[in-house]
Design a protein around this ligand. Structure first.
Ligand code: IPM
Ligand code: MG
Length: 370
């Protein structure tokens, strides 16, 4: 029997609820595929701050590095919101673990489920053929550049006197750009063979280097892949106007953060968007949505992005493609049968088809054995 160890990071808000559904579904998959999944739970985010004072305790890093894969639910919440740079924030835990595991490539597939067409904020005719992969650079750019807050800066106050000034920096090295571009081109070869490289090269120096490096790599190693440059503001518009034009979209960290939330709405809900964060070592899988503190503990969170992240884990970390296909088909079938969590229900959904977190996880688990 094959054994895979998974480090579970349930985190905050709805995190523990959707993690429980992932464990349930993995139990079923393990039985069907003669595989044992073992779980080591660790603290990350707000709960880690509460229990240890740090959003990323050392024990968590040790467990994550020792595991075959990491499954993270969500972190953050109003309880830990602060603008005081001296106070710990849950997000530092997430950014810290991405950096520590060198997870430079964040893959966010945006795929439509036919059953959810009505839940999208776009008209169905705009959605036909939408199937894209956003490849977001995850360990560089604005998120990790030099930043600071300066006090007593002359002329910085609104009254013209000394005041505060803060800055963040977007910096990219050739190496960082080339490795994420390579991920994107390789992914495109397995899909529609088209890459949109998204930047702001009409303004930003880091974007100009981005464009040069992407084109250099393209010319030398990937000239069989179609490459198009697009300015990020235009991409924001094109995602709504003509989303089917995209196959692979590769972009820097912050642009990818914003564009992937936007693209998720094509699928009807942020609750449907999975992600894989890959580097050269242990990979991490997490839904793209947040911890939804407003609905935490109510049993109504959508566990499907978490289960779709499990699907990616089966594929990328365990090479269990059959199991991944089965899980994808089970989710599709449950949706086709009309089952919805609240976030993906629409005006036509009968009340008895709207279910909670545990029931949705159970429906998928049942499908896997039927
Ligand atoms: C995401 C999230 C995170 C990010 C936050 C929680 C730090 O929005 O994974 O997209 O900005 O990367
Ligand atoms: Mg985000």
């Amino acid at each position: 029997m094959t054994t895979y160890s998974i480090c579970l990071l349930p985190g905050d808000g709805i995190g523990p609820e959707i993690t429980a559904e992932a464990v349930k579904v993995l139990g079923v998959i393990g039985k069907r595929h003669a595989t044992e999944f073992t779980f080591a739970e660790a603290l990350l985010g707000g709960i880690a701050i509460d229990e240890t004072g740090s959003p990323l305790p050392e024990d968590t890093l040790v467990k994550a590095k020792a595991a075959d894969a990491v499954l993270l639910a969500a972190i953050g919440g109003p309880k830990w919101d602060t603008t005081d740079p001296a106070k710990p924030r849950p997000e530092q835990g997430l950014l810290g673990i991405r950096k520590a595991l060198e997870l430079y490539a964040n893959l966010r597939p945006v795929k439509l489920f036919p059953a959810l067409l009505a839940a999208s904020s776009l008209k169905p005719e705009y959605l036909e053929g939408v199937d894209m992969l956003i490849v977001r650079e995850l360990t560089g750019g604005l998120y990790f550049g030099a930043r600071d807050r300066e006090t007593d800066v002359a002329g910085a106050s609104s009254d013209g006197g000394p005041g505060m000034r803060a800055y963040d920096t977007m910096a990219y090295s050739e190496f960082e750009i080339e490795r994420i571009a390579r991920t994107a081109f390789e992914a495109a070869r397995l899909r529609g063979c088209k890459v949109h490289s998204v930047d702001k090269a009409n303004v930003l120096e880091s974007s100009r280097l981005w464009r040069e490096v992407v084109h250099r790599l393209h010319a030398v190693e990937f000239s069989d892949v179609e490459l198009l440059d697009q300015l990020v503001d235009n991409t924001a518009m094109q995602l709504i106007r003509n989303p089917a034009q995209f196959d692979v979209v590769v972009t820097e960290n912050m642009f990818g953060d914003i564009l992937s939330d936007e693209a998720s709405m094509l699928t009807g809900s942020l609750g449907m968007l999975a992600s894989a964060s890959l580097g050269d070592g242990t990979a991490l899988y997490e839904p793209s949505h947040g911890s939804a503190p407003d609905i935490a503990g109510q049993g109504i969170a959508n566990p499907l992005a978490m289960l779709l992240s499990v699907e990616m884990m089966l594929r990328y970390s365990f090479a269990m493609n059959d199991a991944a296909d089965e899980l994808a088909a089970a989710i599709e079938a449950v949706l086709a049968d009309g089952w919805r969590t609240r976030d993906i229900a629409d005006a036509e959904t009968p009340a008895e088809r709207i279910v909670g977190t545990v029931a949705m996880g159970g429906l998928v688990a049942e499908r896997l054995v039927s």
